[in-house]
Write a protein that binds this ligand. Structure first.
Ligand code: ACO
Length: 439
């Protein structure tokens, strides 16, 4: 097979099947920024061939206006706005509005949105009983996945995905209720009473309140920690077509209800190669134990036969640096300063690890840089959040992105059920043999 791109007014790519006179001309599509993309939709019809791209490294699965990443330049934009500006000047609720609606809100829109989310933070009282069904030592991601999926059983009034108003209510409910469910999953695991949401607090403050407060004592928000939590939520809010978002879109393409789709996203996020990485970073640092052990660990990482990865390093898209990691590193120092933590061995080890990795040819040649998870785990640990809650926190933030991407999918007239193809390499057709005739 050979292909040639033409530079005419409407650019195309012509694909020719080598050794035949069969060829087809495919449109070359352009977004507002980013690489051109060959529209291969008629390839199979014209030439009877599929494309092969396991891991989807070169495949655009949809058209989206939400988030843009330039992995080589270390750029992340939400609706065109650089993540650095949003992290510094905005807050999570405003960012959630931006992702969902496409534009920054004016003052009235922002107030209405803030109020709308705040008014949905409580969950149906009967939903509390779901928690009792879980073992006390259940991983909170297992609880989150199950309880978020169960929301569909409680909110029948907004399951019609073809009704824009119902879609909006479902989006508000998910953004508002996931922190409550996440905090309750934690409270359940440590045997403390569930704290009901407080609508006088900001989104990040309320989440910290539900995680940390107890009925027996007054609770006071710490502005530095609330700001750090808000920033973590902003940095994790969306990341275009990553594994969990693609899972949400794939589930959504079947017409499944939004609660089921977000539960699917939570399941995909759980894996250590994705949202579970910040938990894995802490586990790795704890296992290494002391700085003297780092060189031996790095040797192990570089050994092809060991299958050990430097967790928190590397990214499918960022091949220069992860812009979120830079902001996270600064936030990490702010939080440790506020909490008076001068000597945090895990942070010292993380910095040493970063120094070694950034000067080691193995990592340089493979373009492996610290990703957002490398520092977030240390911040969360310093804030007193247990390791098994890290991915849950990520899910709380990413719910906004998932919901925005799900909404965009449903509103896209060109959307069809997602149904990848395959290269089949199994047995060709053969006849069944009875068990007594098998060797
Ligand atoms: N440590 C050591 N080597 C690595 C690492 C790492 N963290 N990441 C990639 N490599 C190596 C691979 O072994 C491979 O080497 P090779 O060419 O000699 O075979 C090369 O770098 C390319 O790696 P790929 O696996 O092709 O990269 P891919 O894009 O498929 O994977 C991923 C990206 C999954 C993030 C990977 O870098 C990884 O597992 N990192 C650690 C886990 C992690 O931090 N995940 C968080 C991602 S960010 C997020 O989800 C928010």
């Amino acid at each position: 097979m050979s292909s040639t791109a033409s530079g005419a007014a409407k650019p195309t790519v012509t694909v020719t099947l080598d050794g035949t006179n069969r060829s087809t001309t495919l449109p070359l599509l352009s977004g507002s920024i980013g690489p051109q993309t060959v529209d291969i939709r008629k390839l199979y019809g014209d030439l009877g061939i599929f494309t092969f791209d396991p891991g989807y490294g070169a495949t655009a699965s949809c058209e989206s206006k939400i988030t843009y990443i330039d992995g080589d330049a270390g750029v992340l934009l939400y609706r065109g706005y650089p993540i650095e500006q949003l992290a510094e000047k905005s807050d999570f609720i405003e960012v959630a509005y931006l992702l969902l609606e496409g534009e920054l809100p004016n003052a009235a829109q922002l107030e209405a949105f803030r109020k709308g989310i705040t008014n949905h933070t409580m969950v149906h009282e009967q939903l509390r009983r779901f928690f009792d069904g879980f073992r006390r030592d259940a991983h909170p991601m297992a609880i989150l996945c199950g309880v978020v999926g169960a929301l569909a059983a409680f909110y029948h009034d907004n399951l019609d995905i073809n009704d824009a108003r119902q879609r909006e209510i479902a989006a508000y409910r998910l953004i508002a209720k996931v922190p409550t469910i996440a905090a309750w999953a934690y409270k359940y695991s440590i045997g403390q009473p569930f704290m009901y949401p407080r609508n006088d607090l900001s989104y990040a403050e309320n989440f910290l309140y539900m995680l940390n407060a107890v009925p027996a004592e007054p609770w006071k928000a710490n502005p530095i920690l609330s700001r750090a939590m808000d920033r973590i939520l902003v940095l994790h809010a969306d990341h275009e077509q990553n594994a969990s978002t693609s899972t949400v879109r794939l589930a959504g393409s079947t017409g499944a209800n939004p609660f089921a789709c977000i539960a699917a996203g939570i399941a995909a996020l759980w894996g250590p190669a994705h949202g579970g990485a910040n938990e894995a970073v802490l586990k790795m640092l704890t296992e290494i134990g002391k700085p003297e052990n780092i060189p031996a660990f790095i040797r192990e990482v570089k050994d092809k036969n060991s299958h050990t990865k430097l967790m928190g390093f590397g990214h499918r898209v960022y091949k220069n640096f992860d812009p979120r990691a830079k902001i996270m590193k600064d936030t990490c120092h702010e939080v440790l300063g506020e909490l008076g933590i001068k000597d945090e061995p895990l942070l010292d080890m993380a910095m040493e690890m970063e120094r070694i990795a950034l000067t080691d040819d193995y990592f340089i040649s493979r373009k492996l840089y610290p990703n957002v998870d490398f520092y977030s785990g240390i911040i969360l640990k310093a804030m007193g959040i247990p390791t098994h809650m890290f991915t849950v926190l990520f899910a709380v933030a990413r719910t906004t992105g998932w919901v925005s991407q799900w909404k965009e999918l449903i509103e896209d007239p060109s959307q069809r059920i997602g149904r990848p193809r395959q290269i089949y390499s199994g047995a060709v057709q053969r006849d069944y043999t009875s068990v007594d005739r098998r060797g």
